[in-house]
Design a protein around this ligand. Structure first.
Ligand code: FES
Ligand SMILES: [Fe+2]
Length: 362
């Protein structure tokens, strides 16, 4: 692979720009399911749109615009009434869960067409609540598959993580689809001097882009070493990250004894769910689900669970976020400069082509 990828730039791909380009007709993660508690409302902005999340009396997750059509008070400041109605805190208009205005306590009680809210479809799946803000018909079958979150025992899944990032989602996808940065930004935790020499393979299956970084017989990086049970500090690296349009990723990472089959290895599915809040801010939900855990002692597994969460949170919040947020500020300051690409950008280039097409078609 050449050290520079001139072809992608010449085809007009917009890799490295400050972004702020959204696909609207698709699913975004609005919240961890557990953070939408019965009887409470959760306000969140997705694609520049304030929405409110809540549950009906039977526990079904719902979403609606968080702006009253009367005088724009946030409905999330209001009350959930019996009958799954949301009452505006200001002058008492009431809305059904599908956004229809169902009660006007004033005047004749007439409900003008402009009092109805747009319907926002919400689906609870894989421990999160997905929302569809586009105009086209929602397609629940197109929600990406994060089934390791459904099939893994709770003691092997880390607690739900959340970061508010002051950077556009595309910069974070770039970060995740190019894990060469682990050698530098996460030295000792997620990468080391040897992992930078991994062989990068990019594959595309439909609109899913997979980037693999295999390298054998290396010192197992710190976090993965805490999961390994074999009697050597060395192992073969297992690392394939998949991007699901527009902004969720699933990384299978781990290690195995040198020269041995993957079934003798161990690691975790690293789940990254990115949701644009605005052009330059992103909701970042993350967790990890262990695969083939080789440790059986409950105390040891509890320790590993806490350790994976702690080290990943440190890596994202203290190592990735400062650089990505500074990168965003620089890109904004310089007015969308064009990057000079390296071999490591093969994955980011591939996904940006797909994203560009989807934004055009949207
Ligand atoms: S602002 Fe909501 S009823 Fe007036
Ligand atoms: Fe990182």
């Amino acid at each position: 692979m050449p050290d520079d990828l001139s072809a992608p730039s010449s085809t007009g791909t917009s890799i490295g720009t400050s972004g702020g380009r959204f696909v609207r007709n698709t699913w975004y993660v609005a919240a961890w399911a557990a953070s939408v508690e019965p009887g409470k409302m959760l306000a969140r902005t997705v694609l520049n749109t304030p929405i409110v999340l809540f549950r009906t009396a039977d526990g079904t997750a719902k979403a609606m615009p968080d702006t009253c059509p009367h005088r724009f008070a946030p409905l999330s400041m209001g009350t959930i009434l019996p009958g799954d109605r949301i009452q505006c805190p200001y002058h008492g208009l009431e809305f059904a869960a599908d956004g229809q205005c169902v009660h006007n306590p004033h005047g004749t009680g007439a409900i003008a067409a402009g009092l109805h809210l747009k319907t926002i479809t919400a689906v609870e799946r894989h421990s999160v609540i997905w929302v569809w803000l586009g105009e086209k018909t929602p397609t629940p079958e197109s929600i990406p598959d994060f089934s390791p979150l459904d099939t893994t025992a709770p003691e092997f899944i880390t607690e739900p993580g959340y970061l508010h990032m002051k950077a556009g989602y595309e910069l974070i996808v770039d970060n995740l689809l190019d894990l060469s940065h682990t050698t530098y930004l996460h030295a000792g935790i997620l990468g080391n001097d040897e992992t930078v020499h991994a062989k990068i393979t990019v594959e595309q299956d439909g609109d899913v882009v997979a980037v693999s970084r295999g390298i054998n017989d290396i010192t197992t990086p710190g976090l993965l070493a805490t999961l390994a049970t074999w009697d050597s500090p060395r192992g073969d690296q297992i690392q394939t990250i998949r991007w699901f349009a527009p902004s969720t990723l699933s990384l299978k990472t781990g290690s195995k004894p040198v020269g041995r089959p993957e079934s003798e290895g161990t690691g975790f599915w690293a789940i990254h769910l990115l949701t644009p809040e605005t052009e330059t801010t992103t909701h970042y939900f993350y967790t990890a689900a262990r695969w083939n855990p080789l440790t059986t002692d409950p105390a040891k597994n509890a320790e590993i669970r806490a350790h994976i969460y702690k080290m990943r949170t440190f890596a994202f919040a203290e190592q990735d976020a400062p650089v990505i947020e500074a990168q965003q500020r620089r890109i904004t300051q310089l007015g969308d400069p064009k990057p000079t690409l390296l071999a490591i950008d093969a994955g980011p280039v591939q996904y940006r082509r797909i994203l560009d097409r989807m934004i055009r078609e949207d």
